[in-house]
Design a protein around this ligand. Sequence first.
Ligand code: NAP
Ligand code: HSE
Length: 428
Amino acid sequence: MEQNIRKVALLGMGTVGGGVYKIIEKQKDQMVCKIGSELEISKILVRNKAKYADKVAPEKLTDQWSEIINDDNIDIIVEVMGGIEPAGTYIKEALLKGKHVVTANKDLMAVQGHELLDIAKANNCDLLFEAAVAGGIPIIRPLKQCLGGNEITEVMGIINGTTNFILTKMTEDGMEFADALQLATDLGYAEADPTADIEGYDAGRKLAILASIAFHSPVTFHDVYTEGISKITAKDIRYAHELGCEIKLLGIAKNIENGIEVKVHPTMIPSSHPLASVKDSFNAVFVHGDAVDDAMFYGRGAGELPTGSAVVGDIIDVARNMQFNCNGRIGCSCYNNIPVKDIGETKSSYYVRMKLEDRAGTLAALAGLFGSNDVSISMLLQKTKQGNTAEVVIVTYDVLEKQFMDSMTVISNMSMVKEVSSIIRVYH
Ligand code: NAP
Ligand code: HSE
């Protein structure tokens, strides 16, 4: 086999870029056997070169994109700088110049993925992004290749490590949300601005990418309903346990009943479900296909080496494709154009905790109101009583979200209802 050197440029040398650099250095000697060529990181783009001077040879560092895009010896661009711009422009320019691209950028792929994949196809280039979803867990390639013989109807997962860590601390140590978030920040799990994690946006971006691939139909972040975990209390987690459930921030994508459903929200899930036992900052993705049945992928969804592992796997694929002159083999897999449902058109069962006036007829009035809106109650429990206020937990059967929320609007305005404390969707 002809042996040569594949030259790689890293755009970014932060957490992920640093991991990629370390793995490629460590694997240097094996690379020739694995891909039939040497792999060399020849340029690294950063903003502040001085910050990295003790980590890499200074001649590799540049703060000028032009030094990379105009270097015809560079074959593979690895974008691990993050953000929409200038990352998006750099990727487009690289593909238009016939350079292959590997990226970990879910923010970008969740909104511009289809456009970028079209550009890659038009230029016979690879654009691979395994690290963009669930860090080190292989899930994009399994969906596109190993599970290619299936009609996939559901992909669901714990795809944000920060929120899973917080919910685990609330569950196991009885911590309240604010304290668990502080601990996640102190341990370096949560970003300085944790909004994207806490509000479900990070998971929403990953879910959009997963849904597009699983259902062969374009889904972007703007299609995903997102709801975060900041309103979850230790009390709801305790009550969930009493009902045989755990509370997890799930990304749920389904292709059923003439439409795709994509939603990220706190969910009560039976403790017996495999996702219920995924703890701390671990991620897992659960897939249902008509041939494979259920399959689950579990591991580390973030971090220097786990994410670096996924990026390097993609670089190896690009280099192998180059060796056999078959780049662009696996591009965009969307051949459908399935509508995405509004959250109001999706169905779920609901847990509601509320405070009611404790007097004869209150529960009957509540049940009557739900009944007149076709919301069927599967369980009703009076939990505590304080003065003339009773705390009540209700679980409904599956119902259309719009129907349920319309009833809740009326219920929350009834004089006997003192407070609607929480509403959490229940997965069966
Ligand atoms: P990071 O630690 O903040 O590092 C970003 C790097 O990119 C830094 O070296 C920074 O250089 C450089 N950079 C940023 N903007 C630049 C610009 N305009 N021009 C030149 N260099 C620029 O980020 P990260 O955590 O490694 O994340 C990188 C990407 O991977 C993101 O898309 C992220 O969503 C994705 N990802 C991350 C993880 C994870 O565990 N961290 C997991 C999966 C996916 P300076 O220091 O000089 O500014
Ligand atoms: N912030 C993400 C998480 C990691 O907490 O899972 C990067 O995808």
